[in-house]
Design a protein around this ligand. Structure first.
Ligand code: MN
Length: 234
């Protein structure tokens, strides 16, 4: 088969202890999944249902590659998140069966143009410009599910230039991984290769060029991210 423009490459992430890679099909994200973060953004945790948004697969950044400070923002924020990688999917998946869809877990950063998100919220517009931009989804190495034990006490944290900014536990998530897979599968036919960003604890804040970010979830390979100058627009 031939194509009228160059064929896009399959986007993929590294997997712990193997040269085989995880091909990324779609990136789903959960908003407002930690009560403290909802509070710092001015929301009411008790009234919220899960919010979903998507990033394009090619927003993925792997191998600890640095990212350029994005276009069209003066406020780039970090959000450290647990990322779930699916090996299978379906519709209307029961939360008791969601485990069987999970290939593994990784650390991710949901990079956010917070100023554009604020404008979108004020005017009731979609979040795409705030969330779905190039290089907005750095993800660490994926750890197969059977090689890591995550629990309610598992810590999730992020530092900028060695200073701790975000610290929480997976037990603070309002919606568990299995519950999110269930709800998401009521709206989408989930498939192998899908990633789900599970939301961020409190402590989100701005990044600047030259910042070095370390993101961790206990038991998973850590993620390092360096922010580069915006550079020349081309
Ligand atoms: Mn997020």
């Amino acid at each position: 088969m031939s194509f009228v423009v160059p064929k896009p490459e399959v986007v993929s992430a590294r997997v712990f202890d193997t040269k085989e890679r995880f091909p990324v099909r779609r990136i789903f994200c959960v908003g407002r999944n930690y009560a403290d973060h909802i509070a710092e953004m001015g929301g009411d945790p008790k009234s919220e249902q899960p919010i979903f948004f998507c990033k394009p697969a090619d927003a993925l950044v792997t191998e600890d590659r640095p990212v350029r400070y994005p276009l069209a923002t003066e406020r780039l924020d970090h959000e450290v998140e647990l990322v779930v990688a699916l090996k299978s999917g379906g519709v209307n998946i029961l939360k008791t069966e969601a485990d069987t869809c999970i290939f593994g877990y990784a650390v991710g950063i949901d990079l956010t143009r917070r100023d554009l998100q604020g404008e979108a919220k004020r005017s009731g517009r979609p979040w795409d410009l705030a969330k779905s931009f190039d290089e907005s989804a750095p993800v660490g190495m994926i750890m197969p599910r059977e090689r890591v034990k995550l629990n309610l006490k598992t810590s999730i944290s992020l530092s900028v230039n060695g200073l701790n900014k975000q610290l929480g536990t997976l037990g603070e998530m309002i919606w568990s991984v299995n519950e999110i897979i269930q709800v998401l599968s009521n709206f989408y036919r989930l498939q192998a290769g899908d990633l789900i960003f599970m939301g961020t604890p409190s402590g989100v804040g701005p990044l600047l060029p030259e910042d070095v970010v370390e993101a961790s979830v206990q038991g998973l390979p850590p993620l390092t991210l360096r922010i580069l100058d915006r550079g020349l627009v081309n």
